[in-house]
Design a protein around this ligand. Structure first.
Ligand code: DHB
Ligand code: FE
Length: 280
């Protein structure tokens, strides 16, 4: 039977990917960040998950304003890194798991009423590749299969935090009902506070981020009821990405054990946050 062995929340800042790709992880600017992530990387390597379900957002790469799925599941055999304007990152192509993805789609749509889009051709941008690089380093092949679950956090109207949390709970039921043996890691990516545009560009709100990290662990239900207006005000326009962490959290037990927590400002224009959780 499939079972969840890890829940990971992490930011996906593209400059982190560039730092890895260009050998700058030991530079004074980046070293504290990579040292802070290392314990989670070691923990995950010891667990050796078979499959990672990576909840992420696309940044007008694979999807643009011509088609904006609220939730889109990657059904393909492979997912190549997207060329975001400077050539695709030199990271491995993700190997998918269509059989598991179809099971997830069936369970989410037929049993739980989440009418998500199924995507059989999909490149993945920094939203997905940077979290993999952070947690898996620079292997020639990713150490597990990857199923992308893409969320619209870019174009109004985005899904609510509550809907994301509920999707995570439904995802849990879908994973639990998959018969083959598989260790599944669930990644919730994006955030933390940041705003890349407008008068408040550069906004970072450490108090708010720390509150999120606290409650992600102990009281995710209280985060799920937060509305977009509060998130935009407190975490910034791009900080809204943080709602994707609630999908990961919804897939875990109510009671979790925190394996690692790390918070660092700044990482490019954002606050970097990491939370590594296990079912208690
Ligand atoms: C930055 C952060 C993001 O989440 C993103 O998608 C793009 C850029 C930044 O900090 O520069
Ligand atoms: Fe982003």
């Amino acid at each position: 039977m499939a079972r969840i062995v890890a829940g990971i929340g992490t930011s996906h800042v593209p400059a982190i990917g560039a730092a890895i790709d260009h050998g700058k992880t030991a530079d004074p600017y980046w070293r504290p960040l990579f040292e802070g992530v290392a314990p989670a990387r070691e923990w995950l390597a010891a667990i050796a998950p078979d499959i990672a379900i990576v909840i992420y957002n696309d940044h007008a790469s694979r999807f643009a304003l011509d088609v904006t799925p609220t939730f889109a599941l990657g059904m393909a055999e492979t997912f190549a890194p997207h060329d975001e304007g400077y050539g695709p990152r030199a990271v491995p192509v993700c190997e998918g798991n269509p059989e598991f993805a179809w099971h997830l789609a069936e369970s989410l749509i037929l049993k739980d009423g989440f009418d998500l889009a199924m995507v059989s051709e999909m490149t993945v941008d920094h939203g997905l590749t940077v979290p993999l690089s952070l947690l898996f380093g620079q292997p020639t092949r990713w150490p597990c299969q990857v199923i992308p679950l893409c969320v619209n956090v870019i174009q109004y109207p985005q899904p609510t935090a509550q809907r994301c949390h509920q999707l995570g709970q439904a995802l849990r039921r879908a994973i639990d009902s998959y018969a083959p043996d598989a260790k599944v890691a669930v990644f919730g990516t994006g955030g933390m506070s940041h705003q890349l545009q407008g008068e408040r560009a550069g906004l970072i709100n450490p108090d708010y981020d720390r509150m999120w990290l606290d409650r992600m662990e102990t009281d995710p239900g209280s985060l799920a009821v937060i509305g977009h207006a509060e998130l935009l005000r407190e975490a910034g326009s791009e900080g809204l990405e943080i709602i994707m962490w609630l999908i990961m959290r919804g897939a875990l037990d109510e009671a979790v054990r925190r394996v690692h927590r790390f918070y660092h400002v700044p990482a490019s224009n954002t606050a970097y946050g990491l939370l590594a959780l296990e079912n208690a």
